[in-house]
Design a protein around this ligand. Sequence first.
Ligand SMILES: [Zn+2]
Length: 224
Amino acid sequence: MVLGLIQRLLGDPAEASLLAEVRAGGASFHRVVFTRNRRVMVSTGDAGKTLRLHERFRVAPPEVWRAIGCVVSGKSERSRLLAKEVIVAYLRESPPQAGAPRRRVARTDEADLARLVVEFDRVNEEYFGGVLPRIPLSLSGRMRRRNGHFSTHPLEIVISRRLCRGAEAGEAEKTLRHEMIHLWQHEQGHKPGHGRDFRRWAEKLGVHPRATRDVTWACDAPQG
Ligand SMILES: [Zn+2]
């Protein structure tokens, strides 16, 4: 909606923070373009104005972006080697995003996941200007205390299966929006937490500002 339009006009805030980190690493670019070319993970184009990065770096932590800046800058061989190690370690640890085979989804989870994906896309477009990457979403039957979980390694959102099936309509979506705020924080290069920026988003998205909250259960919650 309006926020999305403004963000598109001003440029992608995630892209701006990426370029700022690259600059801190020693290399300056006007813009970044993401590619799916697996053989060339990092390259430059447009007479050195454009940084071309593989999709997988879109969600990398800031230190990896800085390392990319260091590798493409004319810095000493030694610092470039160290930076390369940071990048290689990231690629080794983080699962490929684009085009990667997703974890197999249980038949019985399909309907719940489908409606959560619809909610993800809606909130991403309406509130976050579409800047959030579509990361893997799954259900877990092992959550006892928590309703959902956002993790960076691997980058994913997990929602309690029990919440999807036993809680009142809208509860799972609320938890998803909570985890999406953490994804936004991560995208901005911030550590996911429940501080001031979280509370600001929570209010906008109709999410409870605390990490734990009471859930309205529709019936006796099924186990697992
Ligand atoms: Zn949280």
